[in-house]
Design a protein around this ligand. Structure first.
Ligand code: FES
Length: 253
């Protein structure tokens, strides 16, 4: 993990999101599911003492460049608002990489991605990673309060199939036997709704068959503040150090 200054090279609205493109010569290569913590370099401490956790989507074509998506009008806390207001040319003070991302299993040829609208970025990043490895990808996203099709159409590789569904649990059954790996990024209540369908498959396949992201609020990003404590396999763990991606079978739901 290192601290660096990055430049916002583009800032544009994309449907219900702010889409920021960020570049830095020393930007580390982040895996899908790893985070960066960011705040505007010039923000007054009163506005953004803490950096905000963001899931970067690495660029396919430009090195040392990534995008971040922030829902417009729902940033929630001041640091996110100040990052979302960034314009081209502004600088961000970044700490990265934070945590451990998704791992595409070596033998996986068909990966099913499951998520909800607030968690699109790590799934888009993973879809790009998988597509680059010639892995077939299907993404199911539960419909949310804002339009998702323009975002998915703009940011997913063309070979990735996606569907925006009314309810993930209801839509899972017809495709459940298709993947040889499942990766999910959603709130815990969504995992609870999917538990009975996914868990028996993992038990039959292998322990890493399904991975799930748990990303509670994070303040420090390196295991000091304890704000991101979660229960994993019956033990307390820190999402910023031990996660935020965990084996599905270890979730305590
Ligand atoms: S964010 Fe501080 S311990 Fe994880």
């Amino acid at each position: 993990m290192k601290q660096l200054l990055a430049t916002v090279t583009a800032a544009e609205p994309l449907a219900a999101f702010h889409l920021l493109t960020i570049s830095a010569l020393d930007l580390p290569q982040l895996r899908a599911g790893q985070l960066m913590l960011a705040r505007p370099r010039t923000a007054h401490l009163r506005e953004s003492y803490l950096r905000v956790p963001l899931f970067p989507i690495p660029s396919i074509t430009a090195p040392n460049t990534c995008s971040v998506l922030i829902v417009r009008g729902e940033e929630g806390w001041t640091a996110a608002e100040t990052v979302a207001r960034s314009q081209a040319g502004d600088e961000l003070d970044i700490v990265a990489p934070v945590g451990n991302g998704f791992t595409l299993e070596g033998g996986a040829r068909r990966v099913l991605l499951l998520g909800t609208p607030s968690w699109l970025a790590p799934l888009i990043a993973l879809a790009r990673e998988a597509a680059q490895k010639q892995v077939e990808v299907t993404l199911l996203v539960e419909r949310g309060p804002y339009e998702l099709a323009p975002v998915l159409g703009a940011l997913l590789p063309v070979e990735v199939e996606y569907e925006i569904v009314a309810n993930l649990a209801d839509s899972l059954k017809p495709v459940l036997m298709w993947p040889d790996q499942i990766c999910a990024a959603a709130p815990a209540e969504t995992y609870r709704a999917l538990w009975e369908q996914i868990t028996p498959l993992g038990a039959r396949a292998r322990s890493a068959f399904a991975q799930a992201m748990l990303a509670p609020p994070m303040a420090c990003g390196f295991g000091v503040c304890l704000s991101c404590a979660v229960e994993i396999a019956g033990h307390p763990r820190l999402a910023c150090v031990d996660g935020p991606v965990f084996d599905w079978a270890d979730l305590a739901l």
